[in-house]
Design a protein around this ligand. Structure first.
Ligand SMILES: [Zn+2]
Length: 744
């Protein structure tokens, strides 16, 4: 049965195989150039599978290469008729003795057959077919013609086919000019183009070159002087970064065009900005070096222009050519658990369904009855925070409130929203994920995660990314449909929360890496056991996603989104906005603001201690006045701290500096621009104040009204800060002083 199928396949092949004239009339050659948005060549794919880009005749190929190739691939090439039983027997013995396939024993004609058929190399059926085709080729073509075709179709690695293209890629010279040393170097690659990739494994390529030179000497094709000279001649390999700009991005473009069957394109202009790409590759490298002790080996970054969703930067790994970190793996498109980075979508659902940013959500121990059984989520800091407003629950990334909210609306709704936002990787059912979906138990890609955040900066509309601008053969300027998934007010409120440094400070501190000196909405995520961490965020100009981790899945040593991906995010944002700061988005028309009690989330009364301004979709603002602080409750005061009491007893306990703390030490950042080296003084008060005057070392620096904050430029020295509040009764109340130290 098996033999008869092979025979009938061969009979079919006999009729469909190309004729001699078809074989020699090689088709029109073309190469694919991938350009960045400023027409810089990122990559020239020198061939497609069908043909080499630069066909060359046998007399245009260095005789050294012909000799080196015949000696390394098929010593009896001129003797056999397509197959070499001796070589096959030898390879069989080798394979059996080593227990694995180390040698194919294929003749040059068989290899040509394989390249013409484009067949996988290590399959027995294909091997039989290849042998049949090889014999067929030998009957139609001369040895010289077979060699010529071989040299034009052979794979030389890095998606390069044909010797002319390979000589150009690796050595920037034509195939006719190859020296003996260079010929032996190139001749070794086609046998296993990935294994002998000179960029990834230079030592393997070098050893193979030496072996081939040794064979040439052994068969008296070269003499010992030529052998020695060739060994000493250095191979001037064209630097990989000249041939492979934005390597993962180019692979993505090639595979995209391939999948869609676009084969006849010679130029494709992309959205990538090579200048930015290089800068950000460097920022990434520096940061990964910084994290080396924490077992962090890799990271990926994607930067999009917010308005157009053009992909400007696409870094799939820290080093494409480093096999120790699986550098070829593309971290932008690898599947990983996103940790907390999906929470904003959960809260967006809540805002669309009767919740507001002031809604109180319990952050207390609870059993959530999920589809998969009882599930006890824990907070990152292992603490419970009582009743928290939605704003703080999201900003501080508490797990329990997120799970409660997801439980209230059901994971189906969240999954449906995620599907609308382009998370194609979340292809299981809602039952499979359960409410753990909001904590990131489903795997997504960095590209999916980052582009989904565009919904918040695009007034609730989801717009897919763009990475191709045009090609020379087909039109790609089809308008992309923006899909409305959220109300503009919802999108704005989530964006506002993600940019609220005060709201996230209880969990991350006021001076975390996420606190940028300009408007920026940002969210981090850390997957289970510190395997992945993420930071996704945007300004009005750029949308950035960062993943940090290891491709082998090994955990990092306690590196969270805030310490791993956060500082990289910060460095990139500061770099991108070095000349133009970001600006806040305009408010949607149906957005209103109200002063609420920070504890109850209800409208503030005169009795509330801590009031804040909150934003609401028109009609959802609270209507009830705070019932936490009523006249029945005595006016609460701050605990009076003896340690910070004013020495002469003049300080009031009705006003207290909440930032900075007494004894705080600040350090001037040598890199950050001067205008960003500021801190903001803040107070807490139980009184209604007309204004507050701030004093530094007894000199007034300014008088401010509610919320009584003032920014102050850091400069080295010791300072004593105090706040003087003027009450509505024209009385002055003075805070206890706070001493700080600023280091150079
Ligand atoms: Zn209150």
């Amino acid at each position: 049965m098996f033999i008869s199928s092979i025979l009938s396949l061969c009979a079919i092949l006999f009729f469909i195989l190309p004729t001699r004239s078809q074989l020699l009339a090689h088709c029109k050659m073309s190469s694919l150039r991938i350009l960045d948005r400023n027409d810089i060549i990122l990559r020239e794919v020198l061939s497609s599978k069908d043909a080499t880009s630069r066909y060359c005749r046998i007399d245009e190929i260095s005789p050294w290469l012909i000799k080196a190739t015949v000696i390394s691939e098929d010593k009896r090439f001129h003797l056999h008729k397509g197959i070499d039983p001796l070589a096959m027997l030898r390879s069989l013995i080798q394979n059996v003795s080593t227990g694995r396939i180390v040698s194919g024993g294929s003749t040059i004609s068989q290899q040509l057959a394989r390249n013409l058929l484009n067949s996988p190399s290590r399959n027995l059926i294909y091997k039989i077919i290849e042998a049949f085709v090889a014999v067929n080729l030998e009957s139609k073509l001369s040895k010289k013609e077979i060699l010529e075709l071989y040299f034009n179709y052979a794979p030389y690695g890095n998606q390069t086919y044909g010797v002319e293209a390979a000589a150009h890629l690796y050595l920037r010279k034509p195939a006719c000019d190859l020296s003996l040393a260079e010929a032996a170097f190139l001749a070794g690659i086609p046998q296993a183009p990935s294994f002998y990739n000179p960029y990834r494994y230079p030592e393997r390529t070098r050893k193979r070159q030496h072996d081939i030179l040794g064979s040439l000497l052994g068969y008296d094709i070269i003499d010992s002087t030529e052998y020695r000279d060739a060994l000493e001649q250095p191979i001037k390999l064209v630097a990989k970064d000249r041939n492979f700009l934005a390597p993962h991005f180019c692979e993505y473009v090639i595979s995209y065009l391939d999948k869609r069957g676009y084969h006849n394109i010679s130029t494709v202009k992309t959205t990538l900005d090579n200048h930015l790409q290089k800068e950000i590759e460097q920022i990434l490298k520096n940061n990964i070096d910084r994290l080396a002790d924490a077992n962090v080996t890799n990271a990926a970054v994607i930067v999009l222009e917010n308005h157009t969703m053009d992909v400007l930067v696409y870094v799939g790994s820290v080093d494409f050519f480093d096999p120790c970190i699986d550098g070829e793996v593309d971290g932008v498109r690898s599947l990983r658990q996103p940790g907390s980075a999906l929470k904003p979508f959960t809260y967006a659902l809540a805002l669309e369904n009767n919740c507001t940013a002031a809604t109180l959500i319990p952050d207390m121990p609870s059993f959530e009855n999920t589809y998969g059984g009882d599930y006890m989520p824990r907070n990152y800091d292992e603490k419970y925070h009582g009743m928290v407003r939605l704003r703080n629950a999201l900003a501080c990334s508490y797990n329990i409130p997120a799970v409660r909210v997801c439980g209230d609306y059901g994971p189906e709704m969240l999954l449906e929203l995620c599907h609308g936002l382009g998370f194609e990787s979340l292809d299981k059912s809602a039952i499979h994920y359960g409410i753990g979906l909001t904590l990131g138990n489903g795997e997504v890609t960095l590209l999916e995660l980052t582009r989904a955040y565009s919904v918040f900066g695009h007034c609730g509309r989801y717009l897919q990314e763009r990475f191709l601008l045009n090609t020379d053969t087909f039109d790609i300027k089809t308008p992309r449909q923006a899909r409305k998934l959220l109300e503009p007010e919802t999108a704005y409120i989530i964006m506002d929360i993600l940019s609220d440094n005060n709201a996230r400070s209880p969990a991350f501190g006021l001076y975390s890496s996420l606190n940028l000196p300009f408007f920026c909405a940002v969210k981090t995520g850390t997957s289970k056991d510190f395997k992945d961490n993420w930071c996704v965020g945007f300004t009005d100009k750029y949308l950035i996603g960062i993943w940090v981790g290891n491709f082998d899945g090994s955990p990092m040593h306690h590196v969270s989104g805030i310490t791993g991906a956060g500082p990289i995010f910060r460095d990139i944002m500061l770099f991108l906005h070095r000349n133009v700061p970001s600006v806040r988005y305009p408010k949607p028309t149906k957005l209103v603001s109200a002063i609420i009690c920070a504890e109850s989330g209800e409208l503030s009364s005169d009795l509330c201690d801590n009031t804040i301004a909150e934003i609401f979709t028109e009609g959802t603002e609270p209507t009830e006045v705070c019932h936490y602080h009523t006249s029945a409750t005595p006016l609460s005061v701050f605990p009076y701290d003896n340690k910070t009491a004013y020495p002469d007893g003049g300080a009031s306990n009705l006003i207290k500096i909440s930032f900075p703390d007494d004894g705080d030490i600040f350090k001037i950042d040598p890199v950050l621009r001067n205008e960003f080296q500021v801190i903001t003084f803040q107070i807490l008060t139980t009184c209604h104040l007309t204004d507050v005057s701030w004093f530094v070392n007894d000199s007034i620096i300014g008088t401010v009204t509610q919320p009584y904050k003032i920014t102050w430029q850091l400069s080295p020295g010791k300072y004593s800060i105090s706040a003087h509040g003027l009450t509505t009764d024209h009385e002055t109340i003075v805070s206890a002083p706070v001493s700080i130290l600023v280091l150079e």
